[in-house]
Design a protein around this ligand. Structure first.
Ligand code: AMP
Ligand code: GLY
Length: 420
């Protein structure tokens, strides 16, 4: 079987890597892939854009592809799954209508309200004056969210009314037409990525990521600087509640809206100190870097699960099997990220890092004439697996210490909550 993976991040490298552990997989093609997917055996990159659906269909047809797995939200929100389905090409990832759950925060909020899913109290605004007046009545801290895809830059957790009002002006001025203003929740964040075929829902191990750039979870928000799984905060009791209070009502309400949702339903949750759970956001795809911490623990062949979702046969699958142990992933980024950074820096030490028993997932890298160069903000996710978090984290950092490139940055405290 041949599989086409769309995307170029660490998440897509992890998906391709996991697929290739199965003897059933003859080849994985990545569009466009990165320096890691370029050099894995039985894996090759095809230079193309994730939103060039005609080209993706052509590659799927000429290579006799059994399944297209879509990594990022952008092509999903542009309707890649609708296009592929219309050509009878199997795809893992929701349709454009389903991807609204991530692409529009106001749509997701109204779905949650309709489904009775616990979430922060919120109001939706289309003009700045009304939004600012609402903030003044609610007080701070308060959260302002842009409605569209904003690459992690559309959410402002404002500690004061003034900062919320400045954020409202800035977002309307930068051409967002709809804002969600919501109650600020406190507690610990955790992500549940569930596989679904639109009927059956199978959650993966819960994961936590470190969204902030700085140690001690400080500084600017990023795509994610590290992750670990399984997150012990989600006890079996809380997982059961996530299933019945969040995932099942979400899928039922999607069905009610005529949406046949097949892919990952990712629930970003806040667990309060009292143990209440509320949904912060839904995503329509695998998380990055959560995937780099979850997939190394997966025992079940990934293609069985993804194909079953695409074919609406998830119920017939045996329960998902996991390897013993835990995993931690440390992200290495280009200095300056999530702001401006340079690319094209020569990378060394990958073979030595892998010799330390960790798995090096590439993100922003490219191979050029035998050299490996940096090519993005997040450059690698280095995952260690161990019998406990102390060992998994040590294994990841032992490998990180072997890797070098100019202005390399990483947090030294990934998984701190698990070991302190
Ligand atoms: P979102 O894209 O909606 O998950 O927001 C990005 C980040 O902003 C989340 O991971 C949280 O850290 C923070 N955030 C979002 N909504 C809230 C909220 N209602 N209360 C507190 N923090 C929030
Ligand atoms: N790590 C957060 C995300 O993938 O959205």
């Amino acid at each position: 079987m041949k599989i086409l993976v769309i995307g170029n991040g660490g998440r897509e490298h992890a998906i391709a890597w996991k697929l290739l552990q199965s003897e059933k997989i003859q080849e994985v093609i990545c569009i466009p892939g990165n320096g890691g997917t370029a050099t894995m055996p039985k894996c090759r990159n095809y230079a193309g854009r994730v939103d060039d659906f005609d080209e993706i269909i052509k590659v799927a047809r000429t290579n006799d592809i059994s399944l297209v797995v879509v990594g990022p939200e952008l092509p999903l929100s542009l309707g890649i799954s609708d296009r592929l389905q219309s050509q009878n090409i199997k795809v893992f990832g929701p349709t454009q209508a389903g991807a609204e759950i991530e692409a529009s925060k106001s749509w997701a909020k109204s779905l949650m309200q309709e489904a009775g899913i616990p979430t922060a109290k919120a109001e939706i605004f289309t003009d700045a004056a009304a939004a600012k007046a609402y903030v003044a009545t609610q007080g701070a801290p308060i959260v302002v969210k842009a409605d569209g895809l904003a690459a992690g830059k559309g959410v402002i957790v404002a500690p004061t009314v003034e900062e919320a009002q400045t954020a409202i002006d800035r977002l309307f001025e930068s051409n967002f037409e709809v804002l969600v203003v919501e109650e600020c929740l406190t507690g610990e964040e955790v992500s549940v990525l569930a596989l679904t075929d639109g009927l059956t829902i199978r959650p993966l191990l819960p994961a936590q990521d470190h969204k902030r750039i700085g140690e001690g979870d400080t500084g600017a928000n990023t795509g994610g600087m590290g992750a670990y799984a399984p997150a012990p905060i989600l006890t079996p009791e809380l997982m059961a509640r996530v299933q019945t209070e969040v995932l099942e009502p979400a899928i039922a309400t999607l069905q009610k809206r005529g949406i046949d949702y097949r892919g990952v339903l990712y629930a970003g949750l806040m667990i309060s100190p009292q143990g209440d759970l509320k949904v912060l956001e839904f995503n329509c795809r695998f998380g990055d870097p959560e995937t780099q911490a979850i997939l190394p623990l997966l025992e079940t062949p990934l293609e069985d699960l993804l194909l079953a979702c695409s074919e609406r046969k998830l119920e017939a699958q045996p329960p998902i099997a996991w390897k013993p142990g835990v995993a931690a992933c440390v992200v290495l980024s280009s200095g300056g990220y999530p702001g401006d950074y340079q690319t094209g820096k020569v990378i060394t030490g990958i073979a030595e890092a892998e010799d330390r028993g960790a798995t090096v997932f590439h993100a922003g890298t490219q191979s050029q004439q035998e050299k490996l160069l940096t090519d993005g903000g997040r450059v690698f996710g280095v995952t260690g697996v161990g019998e406990n978090f102390a060992k998994a984290i040590d294994r990841a950092y032992a490998a990180v210490n072997c890797i070098q490139f100019e202005a390399m940055y990483y947090r030294r405290d990934i998984g701190h909550r698990m070991t302190s």
